[in-house]
Design a protein around this ligand. Sequence first.
Ligand code: FAD
Length: 419
Amino acid sequence: MPDVSRASTDAQLRRETERWVEANVPEPWRVAALDGGAALRRVRPRADYEAWYPIFAESGLAVATWPVEYLGLDLTPEQARITESVLAPYNLGRLNPLGLNAAAPAMFAHGTEEQRRRFLPPIVRNEERWCQLLSEPGAGSDLASLATRARRDGDEWIITGQKVWTTWAHFSEFAVCLARTDASVPKRQGLTYFIVALDAPGVDVRPLRHLGGEIDFNEVFLDGVRVADERRIGAIGDGWRVAGSTLAGERQMVSGSGSGGVDRIGGAGMDQLVRRAGELGRATEPVTRQRLMSLYCEERVREWTNLRVRAASRAGTSPGAAASIGKVHQGSLNQRIQALAADVLGMDATAWVPPAGAEPGLEYATGMPLEVKGMLRSRANTIEGGTTEINKNVLAERVLGLAREPDQWSSHPWEEVPR
Ligand SMILES: Cc1cc2nc3c(=O)[nH]c(=O)nc-3n(C[C@H](O)[C@H](O)[C@H](O)COP(=O)(O)OP(=O)(O)OC[C@H]3O[C@@H](n4cnc5c(N)ncnc54)[C@H](O)[C@@H]3O)c2cc1C
């Protein structure tokens, strides 16, 4: 653990963090990181990074503004900006992004001290992974209209309903879950926020395979799942406000400015694409070159903007509505980059031969070029974490101060709203 505290000077913070990097980050990783993402991926396979990660978690540097008892260093946002600037070149991505960006903000803002002590350290260590049970088949953009019910039974709640699109539920231990505890009040007032253990009786996680052949998200059925009242985050009926802290964190993450962005957004990076276009002899075609350069510049601007937002966020500043700006831009930009990657591939992007013994029913996806996978995956970028249309509404209302979108049912009891 670096020997730093709120009393440390800027020079001490920088020196201690550099010392920690030298002593703890394997040298080949440090060298490769300075050569860029592709070089780093070669020497640092994900499994090695996961095995090493507890060293990072225990250092306090992964969540430097968090209090020491939750594995932080209790630094001020300004101090954390300094430690973060020393770490940045080494590309030490945070694992468990939904734990850090979706569950933790809700616990910090609305949870109890017992909840924070119990759940935050295992989140930082990546020992307990998290997902979020929010969207339902009938409630996505209009999340507040959701129908999963939670009924009080003594010191417990009994939750019944169906969630969908639950990213990473198939390997998570816990989920934050928004459920309706009172149907007789308007939709946003009758919701409560819970922590649900995914191994509890009555939880059925069913993986959904997407077009690229992989499993990222699931549908989750909750059939009379018992949750202790001490696992409620925030007051009964205050779930909408609690969910707000989760959703801002998720938008920031999906925009690429949070810890999980790069992995989550999917597909080839711009550097890879430029190299590939060169290998295939496409980089000298005037129109392709023009498209490459234009997207390259836009991607650099996005990266620098995200680095600023990420540094501010790791330094403890809430992303707020600004997270929507990155989300809207990143979604469209990545779709254009992935479309160009498929164009550069030419005919190979439209047909390929699956290798012998391809998994039955999945032949179309087996052997699919990475560029095509990236292009298909990128379709989700303008949907996940709130659609582009909804994020534009957020920007219009909360950043530009325009009139709120009309909703004739917002003050009616939920049970009287037609659906
Ligand atoms: C890859 C992926 C991962 C996801 N992971 C999770 C997860 O882990 N947990 C979770 O809870 N959810 C998750 N989601 C769900 C995601 O949040 C929803 O898909 C999203 O909010 C949209 O909801 P919907 O699919 O019900 O679409 P709908 O809300 O039905 O929207 C359909 C269309 O109508 C438009 N629209 C709707 N309302 C308005 C409006 N008021 N103004 C203008 N246009 C509007 C939308 O923009 C969209 O184009 C994930 C989704 C994807 C694609």
